[in-house]
Design a protein around this ligand. Sequence first.
Ligand SMILES: Nc1ncnc2c1ncn2[C@@H]1O[C@H](COP(=O)(O)OP(=O)(O)OP(=O)(O)O)[C@@H](O)[C@H]1O
Length: 227
Amino acid sequence: MSLDLFDITLTYPDGDTRLTALDRVSLRVPAGTATAVIGPSGSGKSSLLAVAATLITPDNGRVVIAGTETAGMSLEQTTALRRETIGIVFQQPNLIASLTAAEQLQVMAHLNGRSPRHARDRAEHLLAAVGLTGQADRRPHQLSGGQRQRVNIARALMNEPAVLLVDEPTSALDHDRGAAIVDLLINLTRERGTATVLVTHDHGHLDRVDHVAEMVDGRLRTPAPTR
Ligand SMILES: Nc1ncnc2c1ncn2[C@@H]1O[C@H](COP(=O)(O)OP(=O)(O)OP(=O)(O)O)[C@@H](O)[C@H]1O
């Protein structure tokens, strides 16, 4: 199931006028593929991710998540859609200090009303998928930065999202660990068929993704295939 943004315009209040952060942006991310969004600071990358995540409603345009049109939905409907179909990986892992790696994941399934047994099994499976077999009982301070980011990614996948939105996942990591995280994200995208958007400053990893979309002053250059 794909992610589709059609002709999105987003403005923010700016004194007496409004600042255009996204200017008629359209983007299609098919299932099982990853698109990197690059561009200078202030070009609109985070705004694009926030609109795709249904965290901000654009002034104009349509956001279609896994075939579901989000325009006109109530707050409750949008929240439910987000919980069920979107996984978000923020730049900083934002893990809960007192919980083990497995518990960080189980909380997500609990919020979605899944059984504790289901949550335990899925957490174990996903921690293995991100290369953290044997680390399930560790708390954040007992994990490295790269391992914490892996827990973060596994947590975003807990509810089997159709769409995976990732903001600067490698910014706190050195080049090799960053490359390993991008490889992991690409493999998970293929295996799980997610439509993945990856905002990144790190152009060293662009050869791994399917498309690169460049933001310039709120506009998107047509995505170019990278392979
Ligand atoms: N909440 C807000 N209120 C007003 N203006 C905002 C708000 N958020 C972002 N902007 C402005 O919108 C434009 C796009 O910002 P955005 O954060 O989307 O860019 P970005 O490409 O993600 O930047 P960076 O790489 O620095 O994170 C910028 O001019 C920014 O100053």
